[in-house]
Design a protein around this ligand. Structure first.
Ligand code: MRU
Length: 338
C-alpha cells in the first residue's frame, strides 16, 4: 500500500481514518485539501505529515499565478501558513514547510514551481532513508525473543517510509529475533488498535492488543522487556512530546526497571525548543473522547479535556534512536553533537 503518492498535479493518500475497515484512497488536488486531510488525521504521524505538508505546499505552488519569483514567494506565504496551522506539535511539519519556503527559488515562476516539487520529493525520500537507517540501528537494543510494548502508530502509515518505533520492531523480526509485541489501543483515536495491529498483521509479527490502562499490570508482572515509542517533537534537552499516554508509560517503565526507548528521525529534534515545557500541545475536539467511532459513550453535554500529546521528561528515556546514532544522557550534549 502506498501511504502517500505524488502524481505530478495531485497527491494520493490512503485515508487512515477508514483503516482497518476499508482501504480508501483520497485524491488531493490543492493545498486546502491537504491541510484538511492533515487536520482531520486522514494522514497522520509526525514524519508523514511533514511529507504531506511538503507536497501540499508544492501543490499550492502549482496553482499560484504570479508575474515574478518575488511575487510568487509572497503568495506562497499564505499557502505555508495554512498548512503549518493544521497541527502544532509535530515539528516535522514546520521544518518541512521552512525547507519548502527556502526552496522557492528559480529564474522564473515555472522554475520556482519545479524547485518546489523537487524539494518535496527530496523530503519524502529523506524520510524513507532516515527510517531505514534508524530502524537498523535500533534493532541492537532488542534482545532475542523480547516482548516489546509500543504505543500509538509509528509504522509506514505514520512516516510514509519504513516506520520508526514499529520500523525497529519489524526489522528485528526480519532478523529472526522472534519479537512479541504488546500494542496499546491508544485512546481516544485508537491508532494502536486500528493501525499498528493492522501493520503488524501484514508484516507477520506476533502481537497482542491491550487497553492503555493494562500496561502497568504487564510491566509489573515482568512481561515487558522494553517499551519503544515514536516522537512528535524532541526538545534540545531530550524531553519528548508524543501521543498522549506516552508519559505514563515512561514513568511505569522506570518504576518497573524496563528500558524506555524513543525512535525518531533527526527531523523530529527541535534545537530551538529548549525543554518540553516549550512544546505546544495540540488540543483536539471533545467528540474524540465522548465517542468511539460514531458511537457516543458519554452523556450528551459531557465536558472534555483532550490534549493529543504529552511530554516525557528526558530522565525517563533510556535512549533516543535516530538515523545518525543512538543518543543517551546527557541528552543536551548528544543532541548538540548529532
Ligand atoms: O496524532 P497522531 O496520530 O499524528 O500521533 C502520532 C504519534 O504520536 C506518533 O507516535 C508520532 O507521530 C511518531 S510517528 C512515527
Amino acid at each position: 500500500m502506498k501511504v502517500i503518492e505524488w502524481h505530478s498535479d495531485r497527491l494520493r493518500i490512503v485515508d487512515q481514518t477508514r483503516l482497518p475497515r476499508e482501504e480508501t484512497y483520497l485524491e488531493l488536488n490543492d493545498h486546502h485539501h491537504v491541510a484538511a486531510a492533515i487536520k482531520e488525521m486522514r494522514i497522520r504521524g509526525a514524519p508523514a505529515i511533514g511529507v504531506a505538508a511538503a507536497y501540499g505546499i508544492a501543490l499550492g505552488g502549482l496553482r499560484i499565478e504570479a508575474e515574478s519569483p518575488g511575487q510568487f514567494r509572497q503568495l506562497l506565504k499564505e499557502v505555508v501558513s495554512e498548512i503549518t496551522a493544521t497541527r502544532p506539535t509535530a515539528i516535522n511539519l514546520s521544518t518541512a514547510a521552512s525547507r519548502m519556503e527556502q526552496a522557492a527559488v528559480g529564474r522564473d515562476v515555472a522554475a520556482v514551481r519545479q524547485s518546489l516539487v523537487e524539494e518535496a520529493v527530496k523530503i519524502h525520500r529523506e524520510s524513507y532513508q532516515a527510517d531505514d537507517s534508524l530502524s537498523q540501528r535500533g534493532t541492537a537494543l532488542l534482545g532475542e525473543g523480547a516482548t516489546v510494548l509500543t504505543h500509538c502508530n509509528t509504522g509506514p502509515l505514520a512516516t510514509a517510509g519504513y516506520g520508526t518505533a514499529l520500523g525497529v520492531i519489524m526489522r528485528a523480526q526480519r532478523q529472526g529475533k522472534k519479537i512479541n509485541v504488546l500494542v496499546t489501543e491508544t485512546r481516544p483515536l485508537c491508532q494502536g488498535a486500528r493501525l499498528t495491529t493492522w501493520e503488524l498483521k501484514e508484516a507477520g509479527v506476533p502481537f497482542k492488543l491491550i487497553t492503555d490502562s493494562m500496561a502497568g499490570h504487564f510491566m509489573s508482572k515482568g512481561q515487558v522487556d522494553a517499551v519503544i515509542t515514536g516522537a512528535d517533537r524532541i526538545a534540545a534537552n531530550g524531553d519528548t512530546a508524543n501521543k498522549i499516554g506516552t508519559y505514563s508509560l515512561a514513568v511505569l517503565a522506570k518504576e518497573n526497571g524496563v528500558p524506555f526507548y524513543v525512535a525518531a528521525p533527526t527531523t523530529t529534534i527541535d534545537p530551538e525548543t529548549a525543554t518540553g515545557e516549550d512544546i505546544p500541545i495540540e488540543e483536539r475536539s471533545p467528540e474524540e473522547v465522548t465517542h468511539l467511532g460514531e458511537a457516543a459513550i458519554a452523556p450528551e453535554g459531557t465536558e472534555v479535556l483532550n490534549p493529543a500529546f504529552d511530554v516525557t521528561p528526558h530522565r525517563y528515556i533510556t535512549a533516543i534512536i535516530t538515523e545518525k546514532g543512538i543518543i543517551r544522557e546527557p541528552y543536551g550534549e548528544g543532541i548538540g553533537n548529532i
